[in-house]
Write a protein that binds this ligand. Structure first.
Ligand SMILES: Cc1cc2nc3c(=O)[nH]c(=O)nc-3n(C[C@H](O)[C@H](O)[C@H](O)COP(=O)(O)OP(=O)(O)OC[C@H]3O[C@@H](n4cnc5c(N)ncnc54)[C@H](O)[C@@H]3O)c2cc1C
Ligand SMILES: NC(=O)c1ccc[n+]([C@@H]2O[C@H](COP(=O)([O-])OP(=O)(O)OC[C@H]3O[C@@H](n4cnc5c(N)ncnc54)[C@H](O)[C@@H]3O)[C@@H](O)[C@H]2O)c1
Length: 473
């Protein structure tokens, strides 16, 4: 049993991608920092989310790419090796061993305490260590909560009792279930339906509303729906799951009065803040809620407390958590030095891109790559805007990339300032087009200047030129 009291400049709860980066930034800024982690250093992303899910999908994507090029397709005579795909997934998660990341933390000059952290009043954190010991950590300057999110399971009668898969089981499974039911047609539901279908499962995807990926431009959900159905995935829209039970080895869901059967069910209906057991009540916060933070990621009303990454509910994406970590870390260092911190948009201390320019890629086939506002979001915000659309398959680079390439580019333009508010690409291999769009949105690059950003011929990026021509009319 260990028992100790220690003081650091900054105490960070949770060593996911956000916590690791925040600790790194403050240490580089000359402060001391300790990270507290109750499970694996590296968090959800490394072991149960981004990395394993993309490793599951990549082999299928590579095969599909070869099959769409006449001549090359003839060389693809076999099927995807499922065991090798799962083994490659395991190598990306390092067999769920975090030694490499622990070494990185030590090399970065950050202390690590293993255990479960709870806030214990102002600037104080108590850690229960795996051996049942207790470590009390006091922060001179800031406590940063980076404890992430966890699956939100809908209140469907009997669902808990069937022991549904969460994304953790669905990214870590050792074999494909014969029949997989997926509840939820957002990021996780769509990506993992593609993955497990390709690896041998018969997949039924149940989405509550009338569209897949409802937060994206409608072209995205329509294209992903068509592709899933083409492959033989049974996608049911407006599917209201009202009850669940197990019958022997089967899961039985009641959907609109009908029964749907499978061997496993993945629930992918969104996330909730991991703040239930962090001692939120000891500092006047409500447990279970996302932390309400300002643009410097500081919890409103508590000047010593920060919340970055999934835990604040602003953007549930690894790269945005890491971005918030950089901005919050810079704000913590500046405040510790007594320097002024600017809350203005695009300052070194604010996470303005959360609101104005969040990039995201859904790794389905077709991929969906987007940044900034969709047309619906611009409309809801009451912003003047014009939507410009172009079929990506019409550019030479896309036709060369894949026979019969199909895709769509959608740009949302502010007609007064003539700058881009948002861009969405839907199509094979569009993920790598995204950063150019992100730069254009963040930089508010005028359309008159974008004409000088000449895409190389013959690349898919030529779609930029076509979007400009369509805008000009
Ligand atoms: C299936 C799936 C696929 C995804 N794919 C992508 C993708 O391709 N790209 C992308 O950008 N995003 C993706 N995401 C989202 C991404 O995983 C999250 O946005 C990201 O992990 C958030 O990082 P975080 O550091 O804020 O939280 P987390 O990664 O959840 O890390 C939080 C850490 O805090 C620890 N912790 C929690 N409570 C305590 C406590 N009380 N004491 C000590 N430690 C604690 C946890 O053990 C964990 O290690 C995906 C999500 C899912 C579910
Ligand atoms: N490639 C990536 O970057 C990536 C991949 C996976 C996850 N993520 C992140 O993780 C977050 C969580 O992903 P997610 O897919 O769990 O959430 P999500 O919010 O993306 O999608 C949840 C979907 O479930 C549907 N739904 C909700 N309740 C339902 C019910 N009772 N029955 C049927 N459908 C229901 C919703 O309409 C919604 O479309 C994402 O928002 C994203 O930020 C990112």
């Amino acid at each position: 049993m260990s028992s100790a009291d220690r003081t650091y400049d900054v105490v960070v709860l949770g060593a996911g991608p956000t916590g690791e980066n925040l600790a790194d930034v403050v240490v580089r800024g000359g402060l001391s920092a300790v990270l507290v982690e109750e499970h694996l250093v590296g968090g959800e992303c490394s072991y149960y989310a981004c990395m394993p899910s993309k490793a599951l999908l990549r082999g299928t994507e590579a095969l599909a790419a070869a099959r769409t090029v006449q001549g090359a397709a003839a060389a693809v005579t076999g099927e995807q090796d499922v065991a090798a795909t799962l083994a490659r997934r395991d190598s990306f998660t390092h067999d769920w061993d975090d030694t490499g990341q622990v070494d990185w933390v030590a090399g970065a000059g950050i202390d690590l305490v293993r255990g479960t952290a709870r806030l214990d009043g102002e600037r104080a954190v108590v850690v229960t260590t795996p051996d049942g010991g207790r470590v009390r950590l006091t922060a001179r300057h800031a406590v940063a909560v980076c404890t992430g999110s966890e699956p939100a399971v809908p209140p469907v009668a009997g669902l808990d009792g069937v022991q549904p898969w969460t994304p953790r089981e669905a990214t870590g499974a050792k074999e494909a279930p014969r029949r997989l039911l997926v509840v939820g047609g957002g990021y996780v539901g769509c990506e993992l339906s593609f993955a497990w279908h390709a690896l041998g499962s018969r997949v039924t995807l149940l989405q509550r509303g009338g569209r897949l990926l409802p937060d994206a431009e409608p072209q995205a959900g329509d294209a992903v729906l068509a592709s899933l159905r083409d492959r033989g995935v049974d996608v049911r829209l407006d599917a209201d799951v009202t009850a669940a039970r197990r019958e022997d080895d089967e899961v039985v869901l009641t959907v609109g009065g009908e029964e749907v059967r499978g061997d496993e069910v993945l629930v992918a209906t969104g996330r909730q803040a991991r703040t239930t057991a962090i001692g939120a009540d000891t500092v006047g916060l409500e447990p279970g809620r996302y932390l309400d933070v300002d643009d410097t990621l500081r919890v409103r009303g508590l000047p010593w407390l920060y919340g970055a990454g999934d835990v604040n509910g602003r953007r549930l994406l690894t790269h945005m958590g890491k971005y918030q970590a950089r901005q919050a870390g810079a704000a913590i260092v500046a405040r510790a030095r007594g320097e002024e911190v600017s809350g203005a948009d695009w300052s070194p201390h604010t996470a303005t891109a959360d609101r104005a320019a969040t990039p995201a890629v859904v790794f389905t086939d077709p991929q969906v790559a987007s940044v900034g506002l969709t047309s619906a979001q611009a409309r809801e915000a009451g912003l003047p805007h014009r939507v410009v659309e172009y079929p990506i398959g019409s550019v030479a680079g896309a036709a060369l990339l894949a026979d019969g390439y199909e895709g769509t580019a959608v740009a949302v333009v502010d007609p007064g300032r003539e700058v881009l508010l948002g861009v969405t690409f839907v199509g094979p291999a569009v993920a790598e087009l995204l950063h150019a769009a992100t730069i254009a949105v963040v930089g508010e690059v005028p359309i008159s200047r974008l004409w000088h950003a000449v895409p190389a011929y013959p690349t898919v990026s030529e779609v930029w030129l076509r979007l400009l021509e369509t805008w000009r009319g």
